[in-house]
Design a protein around this ligand. Structure first.
Ligand SMILES: [Zn+2]
Ligand SMILES: [Zn+2]
Length: 261
């Protein structure tokens, strides 16, 4: 059985057929999905919270994506705290730094990320982290903030990992897990598969990040949680172990990180 540790199934892309999408996931052996509330505007967190409350296959996360960091104000802060206190909300995020698109100014992204790490510590929840950059600045700043705010106390995950082995190892030292997405399956992702092969198995997660990042063979199409197995197959091939082992190990890691029961 698989867990899709990161997907956006409450996004508009699934508005028409979410029931069928979740049924296909179950049929593909995906027992649990983590619905990330952040990423489509602060208000949309509520959809993930509500889905988790009514569907036993779903847990939710709540946060402010770096793209939306400049939108965070007083009312949004109150809403976040309220949502984070709801049942089956298991993490803060996704939050972090995105210097690739820089939809919000870097300075504000750093402040809002730091604020969310501090909040996660206060309410004792792990953190789902997004980091992207053409260079290394966002990665350097992210780890500095994580250390300064004491993030290792609550742990977290670098979702959709696509950077190098050196940084992944530094992140592991700071009690971060590493999650791989459909990028791992891409033809030209040989270097990333080498990273995946070199990391300790008890710190790895798999995700779809649906509706984005469909695996090789499906690129450009809408992604969905049923496809998480393809990421797992790629991870198994890279690590030279069985697909079943990857399924159970990544599911166990996800349960441990998010303290699922
Ligand atoms: Zn992300
Ligand atoms: Zn995401």
């Amino acid at each position: 059985m698989w867990i899709d540790s990161h997907c956006h199934i409450t996004a508009d892309a699934f508005r028409e057929d979410l029931g069928q999408v979740l049924a296909r996931a179950a049929k593909a052996g995906v027992e649990t999905v983590i619905a990330v509330g952040a990423g489509y505007g602060i208000e949309q967190n509520e959809r993930a919270v509500e889905l988790a409350a009514r569907d036993p296959r779903v847990f939710a996360t709540v946060g402010v994506h770096p793209h939306d960091a400049a939108q965070l104000e007083g009312e949004g802060r109150e809403r976040l705290r309220e949502w984070l206190g709801r049942p089956r909300v298991v993490a803060v995020g996704e939050c972090g730094l995105d210097y690739f698109y820089t939809h919000s100014p870097r300075e504000i992204q750093r402040e809002v990320f730091a604020e969310q790490v501090a909040l996660a510590r206060e309410i004792d929840l792990p953190v789902v982290i997004h980091v992207r950059d053409r260079g290394e600045d966002a990665y350097r700043d992210l780890l500095a903030i994580w250390k300064r705010e004491g993030g290792s106390e609550v742990e977290g995950v670098l979702h959709c990992y696509s950077f190098d082995l050196c940084f992944a190892r530094r992140a592991l030292d700071e009690r971060l897990f590493i999650s791989f997405s459909g990028i791992l399956t891409f033809k030209r992702a040989g270097a990333l598969r080498e990273v995946a092969a070199a990391l300790p198995g008890d710190r790895l997660l798999v995700e779809t990040d649906a509706p984005l990042l469909s695996p090789e063979g499906f690129r450009g199409k809408r992604n969905e949680p049923a496809q998480v197995r393809r990421v797992g197959e790629s991870l198994a091939a890279a690590r030279g172990c069985s697909v079943e082992e990857i399924a159970s190990e990544t599911a166990e890691n996800t349960r441990r990180l998010f303290r699922l029961c």
